[in-house]
Design a protein around this ligand. Sequence first.
Ligand code: PRP
Ligand code: MN
Ligand code: MG
Length: 179
Amino acid sequence: MNNDIQEVLFDQDRIHDAAVRLGKQITQDYAGKKPVVLSVLKGAYLWTADLLREVDLYLDLEFINVSSYHGGVSSTNEITLVTDIRSDIQGRDVIILEDIVDTGQSLLFMKELLAKRGASSIKVATLLDKKAGRKVIIDADYVGFDVRNEFVVGYGLDYKELYRNLPYVGILKKEVYTD
Ligand code: PRP
Ligand code: MN
Ligand code: MG
């Protein structure tokens, strides 16, 4: 699996540093509050585990599963709500955790859903921000790293559901993907 990687962009140490940095900021910004952290499966599973261990707050952890890539290398316009949350987020401060913001469409979908359900505030903490990929105007509030407009895998991010277990973020060799 490691042989399919052309270049490592962010290794475990750098990701840990980002988790510490953002964890401190979130701890300060939400001092005295009890936010609901909404982790977006599947991609955000490792980022959620690492970032939240650096956050010193009472918080609720919820998981939502939305899908836009449908296994390929480019995001589709169609966002599917695969698994919803069951708790009530009316009047709550929600922090969405994403592995990557690319076109921004998944995030827009979730922000609209949460706003409709009466969240009192909605912020976003993403490990990676691919600003060149945006199709809608939306921004993350906490960003680990900006990333070039290249297809990245690892640390939660998949290609056809594989590579999520790589401990780093890297660029896949061109010959590995065909579409
Ligand atoms: C990926 C990624 C983000 C989203 C970003 O998830 O994990 O959730 O796409 O893309 P966007 O900004 O263009 O909407 P994906 O749909 O591949 O599902 P997954 O997390 O289960 O892999
Ligand atoms: Mn995702
Ligand atoms: Mg995916």
